[in-house]
Design a protein around this ligand. Structure first.
Ligand code: SF4
Ligand code: SF4
Length: 169
């Protein structure tokens, strides 16, 4: 790992992902049978090694393709920062589910400009946490993690290294 060069070419990652769908399906099953704590330990170790080698400001791909969820407090804080009433903010940016869930109403996120978040201090918890590889219970997030395998270089490289470390073919 000392001379690790991550794959950051989004097109190549996307192509590789398309060609390796069956392999990834087998890998998810393989992982689901492993010990939770051991998987978390390995994922967190690899995330700590790999994340610093990838520049999110050069990528910004999650902000272009994530369905961003936010809560009432986050919406109110950002509306205040933008000098908007909640009514105006909600009408301009939000889509609301019947269960009270709120998501941004478009992709890419309207607060992304030149690959940078223009509301960085007010970005939402989901934005701060993504891709969430530092958090426990990785196995409970296999579905969402693999949903972004083809578009997040951090997830892609960490997953490929897990395969190597676990000797998965
Ligand atoms: S709020 Fe900022 S960090 Fe979150 S998705 Fe939008 S641009 Fe990205
Ligand atoms: S978290 Fe992943 S998709 Fe988002 S900017 Fe960083 S490398 Fe790109």
């Amino acid at each position: 790992m000392s001379h690790f060069i991550p794959q950051t070419d989004l097109q190549q990652i996307c192509d590789f992902a398309r060609q390796n769908e069956a392999n990834n399906d087998r890998f998810k099953t393989f992982l689901s049978e492993k010990n939770d704590a051991e998987v978390d330990e390995l994922v967190q170790e690899l995330d700590a090694l790999i994340s610093p080698t990838i520049s999110c400001t050069d990528c910004g791909n999650c902000c272009k393709s994530l369905m961003v969820c936010l809560n009432e407090g986050e919406a109110t804080a950002l509306a205040g920062h933008l000098n908007q009433t909640r009514e105006a903010f909600d009408a301009e940016y939000l889509e609301k589910g019947s269960n009270g869930m709120m998501i941004m109403n478009r992709m890419p996120c309207p607060f992304l400009a030149d690959n940078k978040c223009t509301v960085y201090e007010y970005r939402f918890e989901g934005c701060r946490e993504f891709p969430a590889l530092h958090l426990p219970h990785f196995k409970r997030r296999l579905f969402t993690t693999f949903m972004h395998y083809d578009r997040c270089p951090i997830i892609f490289n960490v997953v490929e290294q897990i395969k190597e470390r676990m000797d998965f073919k």
